[in-house]
Design a binder for this molecule. Structure first.
Ligand code: ZN
Length: 369
């Protein structure tokens, strides 16, 4: 079943080698905070029905283990369609045939939670805007509006999805694509403000034919080419529950990325579904560790945990990755777990606050009774 595990790793090596041709490794900062195991570059406070812990409760799950966390909701709401599941209330998209729809209020939930924290507690979070429809030319306007409504809160955009197994086809309305002008507007605005973008885009369709070249790699390359000033974090390196690279993808990836110099692309290894490929076999662990050791500034660790209830549950993905972490150099491990997060999100905070200082109109009249 996992005949392509090695292919997947070879593919990753291929893609990243090709896209990092001009890459230079930046010397790692020394460990600045040994009290924490990692910063979480991919975390959802809410699930597909917008439920989850408060940020205060989440802080307790982080305590003593996790320093900082990016925090986003889920941009999609799973409809509870009585005609489809009756009294059964689905909380995940695989539990019903009913559609998903974009749920912008998720950004307000995240801002509300953040603003309830003390200034000291807020320093540990990087809230993200995610409640927009990436097929809508107005999506960038939503992002702008969220920044204007909640200045001082958000650090980036995402995770939002373009191609996602089992999800894309369930969303009401126009299907998202990498060529949509609405997505270009989003990435242009992200570059203007300095918002890093966490993008979920499966590297291929779930069950491709063996002789079928994946069109997604080419289009993703073109997208990144069109937006060299936008920091893109490719969630899960494009892997998924069943989406995994197959042999033919190697050749396709090579053709698509041969002259790639996309320093703006980073890779997060979040999600237990990603971990199952990367630490599934000793050869996989070695190949992945070699890759990260060669390009340590390009990878981020994240849990992709969704509305966790216990610390054990929250740390599950970190525990899964122990065999991989053991194979990394101290420098690479530091960058993967903390250093790259700090570099990307510290810069984002500075740039977004500067943009807000220039663009957010100060309220001059007090609210009416
Ligand atoms: Zn996610």
């Amino acid at each position: 079943m996992y005949r392509s595990l090695l292919h997947s790793l070879k593919w990753s090596v291929f893609v990243i080698s090709l896209c990092c041709l001009s890459h230079t490794v930046i010397a790692a900062e020394p460990e600045s905070d040994d009290d924490f195991l990692f910063h979480d570059s991919h975390f959802h406070l809410t699930n597909y029905v917008q439920e989850g812990p408060s940020l205060s409760e989440f802080l307790k799950l982080m305590d003593g283990k996790v320093g900082r966390s990016m925090v986003c909701g889920i941009p999609l709401q799973q409809q509870w369609m009585y005609a489809n599941t009756g009294d059964f209330a689905p909380t995940y998209y695989t539990q019903t045939d009913a559609p998903l729809y974009y749920y912008s209020f998720t950004d307000a939930i995240i801002a509300h939670e953040y603003l309830r924290l003390s200034p000291e507690e807020r320093k540990r979070f990087d809230p993200m805007i995610t409640g927009f429809n990436p097929t809508d030319m107005y999506a960038a306007d939503h992002i702008r509006r969220v920044l204007m409504t909640f200045p001082g809160v958000f650090s980036g955009i995402g995770e939002f999805s373009i191609h996602k197994e089992f999800v894309s086809s369930k969303i009401s309305g126009e299907v998202a694509t990498l060529e949509n002008k609405a997505l270009d507007r989003i990435l242009e605005f992200a570059a203007e403000v300095g918002l890093p973008v966490v993008l979920h885009c499966d590297v291929d369709t779930p069950f491709p034919r063996p002789d079928q070249d994946p069109y997604i790699v080419v289009k993703l390359k073109e997208l990144a080419d069109r937006h060299p000033e936008t920091t893109i974090i490719w969630a899960h390196i494009g892997l998924g529950r069943v989406v995994r690279p197959v042999k033919d993808q190697l050749a396709m990836a090579e053709r698509g990325l041969r002259e790639r110099e996309s320093k703006n692309i980073h890779f997060d290894i979040s999600w237990d579904e990603t971990a199952k490929y990367l630490v599934g076999k000793p050869e996989a662990i070695k190949a992945t560790a070699d890759l990260i050791n060669r390009f340590p500034t390009r990878f981020l660790f994240g849990t992709d945990c969704v509305g966790p209830k216990t610390q054990d549950q929250y740390l599950e993905v970190y525990e899964m990755y122990q065999p991989l972490l053991a194979e990394l150099t101290p420098e690479s491990r530091h960058l993967l777990l903390k250093g790259n997060y700090e570099r990307i999100f510290d810069q984002a905070r500075r740039r977004v606050r500067a943009w807000e200082a220039k663009n957010v109109r100060r309220e001059t009249t007090p609210p009416r009774d």
